[in-house]
Design a binder for this molecule. Structure first.
Ligand code: ARG
Length: 590
């Protein structure tokens, strides 16, 4: 069945249509006044239309006529005309009951769209060998949520980590390794044999080699030149260097899989910039032949400004040195995705500071005729700042390492749990697991509940609070319902058919009913905060219901117990379903 809102919407539209007005003006929405859950403001618009036709009708009269038509519908509980002609709508209890029972059997009822698409989500974006920064964390958390939300709508969604593995950092690694271990076969031009399958470096080596080289290069131009040359030779296909790159990527991917895995983030594709290198020569030929790419001051560019006034700088395909750039690999990736996947849409979940880069790349791809502009979307986001208002750094002032951040959250969660005595009765292992989940939920929810584009301040103390709009508050709501269900089972009370009676029950069903709309909005604009709001609202509605309607008390009649318990169960399924879409996992108890 459709949602309660769309059921009522249908009734109102039919009534206005029958009165000779366009159906659209009768759209029903959640009310912002407290009188009834929904409202229809069609009468005001209808009066305007009537006036244009030369009729003189009062909007209250139109509202009265519409109400007379709507009343007959079994979906309607109560109708009331307010002010100049607002129609306040209360749905029939039977409708609430039917919808609640439906959600009980299928928490995802009404989420799927009718036209599934193939969508690539480009997120994560970690750079091989370079430490992650906070932007990578946000990209991973937001991208994962967006991916799951779109999947819940039935789309085929492919998440690609798109690693940065083709830049100067590779030249730094290669040249530094060459200084450390010059006798490795990778550096011997006369070496003909196969290279060892075993990597000559570990992740620790990479973590040491990169900063060593990049620090030296900062103050030593000759050292920088070595890295530049190594990068150029790698990019022009020097055999030993390519073999090294493969090792670096394998070693990094293994480490990134662990890091992202700990964060609960999974990718379908582990591709990167280096993967598309073989496509670049043909792509450049095509763009040149089509007259889209042109030589400008020795560089190869695509002009993408729209008109004289538009100052958007050109896409840089090849630098004057012939080097391939960030624009080039992103364009080649678009070619790769077109041939390998042919997606309906590609969404880039990347720091807002790269907005210009994507605008340029998208315009280039459109100009080349590979994509339509509305197939490409940059879902940018603001930064996670420290208390000083600058992008968050570790206490030592270093760039963020994901593990460090997770440790901070874990500690904050553990302290919070200890201070509030939550879970004190469990053994150490379970307490540690609870702290891990609470810390992660705190971090993710804090990140996701903001409007994507806003900056926010990293505040583990506030994120881990059990009160307010936080991850831990939501986990607590989930765990509380689970514990009610366990207690019910131990008492032999079973969930039955839901029968909606109390006001707080009605409110709860109306909250649950809004899930589909929240998902739709969140998916439409790639804004998971809308889903966060929804989940928070459901948790609050549940709290009010439970305070008002005890479930397992002995003075509650058995069929009422069964109904309330079932409503609690339906709430739990939706909370868990929604939290899962946000990538948040709740413990069984705490
Ligand atoms: N590796 C890039 C960085 O660290 C992010 C990659 C984003 N995705 C893309 N297709 N450009 O800034």
């Amino acid at each position: 069945m459709p949602s309660i809102l769309s059921e009522l919407d249908g009734v109102a539209r039919a009534a206005f249509e029958a009165l000779g007005y366009p159906a659209e003006i009768a759209a029903v929405r959640e009310s912002d006044r407290g009188d009834a859950p929904y409202q229809c403001n069609g009468a005001m618009a209808a009066a305007g239309i009537a006036k244009k036709r030369g009729e003189k009708v009062n909007p209250r009269d139109i509202a009265a006529q519409a109400v007379a038509k709507m009343e007959a519908s079994p979906a309607i509980g109560q109708l009331e005309i307010a002010g100049p002609g607002f129609i306040n709508i209360t749905p029939a209890s039977a409708l609430l009951t039917a919808r609640a029972n439906e959600l009980l059997s299928d928490p995802a009822a009404g989420l799927a769209t009718e036209t599934p698409q193939t969508i690539v989500i480009d997120y994560g974006g970690a750079n091989v060998a370079k430490p992650m920064h906070v932007g990578h964390l946000r990209s991973a958390v937001l991208g994962e949520a967006i991916k799951r939300i779109l999947r819940a709508q039935g789309h085929k969604v492919i998440g690609d980590v798109h690693m940065g593995d083709w830049g100067l950092q590779m030249g730094h690694l290669i040249s530094e390794l060459a200084e450390e271990q010059p006798t490795l076969p990778y550096f011997d031009d006369d070496y003909q044999g196969a290279y060892p399958s075993e990597s000559p470096v570990t992740m620790e080596d990479l973590a040491r080699l990169y900063p060593a080289a990049s620090n030296k290069a900062k103050s030593d131009a000759d050292r920088m030149e070595l890295s530049r040359v190594a990068t150029a030779q790698l990019q022009s296909g020097r055999r030993g260097y390519r073999a090294l790159l493969d090792h670096f990527i394998d070693v990094s991917v293994a480490a990134l899989k662990v890091g992202y895995g700990n964060l609960g983030v999974e990718f379908d594709l582990w591709k990167g910039e280096a993967c598309v290198d073989p496509l670049i020569p043909d792509m450049i030929e095509e763009l040149k032949a089509a007259g889209i790419a042109e030589v400008d001051d020795g560089a190869l560019i695509i002009r993408v400004n729209e008109g004289e006034k538009d100052k958007t700088p050109p896409v840089m395909l090849l630098a004057r040195t012939g080097a391939v750039l960030y624009h080039t690999t992103d364009l080649a990736t678009l070619v790769d995705r077109k041939t390998e996947i042919n997606p309906d849409k590609i969404v880039y979940v990347v720091d807002q500071r790269q907005a210009l880069h994507f605008e340029q790349v998208f315009r280039g791809a459109v100009k080349a005729g590979w994509y339509d502009r509305d197939q490409l979307f940059h879902a940018g986001f603001g930064t996670m700042n420290g208390k000083d208002g600058k992008p968050f750094k570790t206490r030592a002032g270093g760039v963020l390492r994901l593990e460090d951040l997770m440790d901070i959250m874990n500690d904050a969660a553990r302290e919070r749990l200890e201070a509030s005595g939550i879970g004190a009765e469990f053994d150490a292992e379970e307490r540690a697991e609870i702290a891990r989940k609470v810390g992660l939920a705190a971090l993710k929810f804090a990140d996701l509940q903001n409007q994507r584009m806003t900056n926010y301040i990293f505040d583990p103390e506030r994120f881990t609070a059990f009160e307010g709009k936080t991850g831990p508050y939501l986990l607590y709501a989930v765990v509380r319902i689970k514990s009610i269900l366990r207690k019910a089972a131990s008492m032999g009370v079973e969930a039955g058919v839901i029968d909606i009676q109390a006001d707080t029950e009605k409110q709860l069903v109306l909250s649950l009913d809004a899930y589909g709309r929240a998902i739709e909005l969140a998916a439409d604009k790639y804004v998971p905060h809308v889903l966060c709001e929804h989940i928070y609202r459901v948790a609050q509605s549940f709290s009010r219901f439970y305070a008002d309607c005890p479930i397992l008390a002995d003075d509650v009649a058995p069929e009422v117990q069964a109904s309330r318990l079932a409503l609690a169960k339906a709430t739990l399924s939706q909370l868990e379903h929604g939290l899962n879409l946000l990538g948040i996992e709740a413990p069984d108890r705490m």
